[in-house]
Design a protein around this ligand. Sequence first.
Ligand SMILES: Nc1ncnc2c1ncn2[C@@H]1O[C@H](COP(=O)(O)OP(=O)(O)OP(=O)(O)O)[C@@H](O)[C@H]1O
Ligand SMILES: [Mg+2]
Length: 218
Amino acid sequence: MAINQNTKWPNRNTLYMGRSGSGKSQACKQNQAIPRSGARVLLWDLSHDHKAFHIDSKVTFANQVKAALASGKPFRLAFSGGDGSIDDFEWWCSVAWAALNGDHETFLIVEELSAVCSSIGKASPMAAKLLNQGRKYGMRFHGITQKPQEISKTFYDQTEIFWIGQQRGDNVKKCAKLLGLKEPEIEKLQSLEFWRLDPTLNSGAPEFVKMQYQPNNF
Ligand SMILES: Nc1ncnc2c1ncn2[C@@H]1O[C@H](COP(=O)(O)OP(=O)(O)OP(=O)(O)O)[C@@H](O)[C@H]1O
Ligand SMILES: [Mg+2]
């Protein structure tokens, strides 16, 4: 159960969307909004895309999260086991929910959101609870997906910051509309290039971001 509700926290939930190889994982790793150290971070990272302490057992993961919270120290724990099912993701979301504490920020990083969405409507119950109520308990949700057309509406509704990378087909149109850009501005994107929409920056207009690949970081 999340504790210490504090409504002062802003919504800084972030979505990264782009085709495979567009640089989404790099964008998340290089995003300075997620501290490199000293933060509470939980990851759903079945493919080991991020640097973290990866755990395959649910029991061990839950116990490690509990122990880390009891210690009061920062943590960066990734679940990388199970079968990638929505049921497993629901379990992970319930562990994440129980770890939230409104006296602290907690960063949640979820790789390939579309794989844990059963519909483009409401997210599954625990995921929806996190997205709808997590802000008040310090949650900073960072979701990553190759497939913007397959993720639940809940993730769009509760996201403030978008990183849009290379897109194909219908996703070009969808992302152009989302950002208020023309389709060619999406089509021109190369790998590691993004439009970032953060309402608190650049008067709310999308900013072009070009990254350099960084090995061995987060
Ligand atoms: N060793 C390297 N040196 C330079 N650039 C690299 C190197 N390895 C990868 N890249 C660049 O980084 C991109 C991959 O970035 P990243 O892994 O963040 O993509 P992604 O969008 O997360 O893909 P996926 O959805 O498949 O996980 C590659 O397309 C390439 O442009
Ligand atoms: Mg990736």
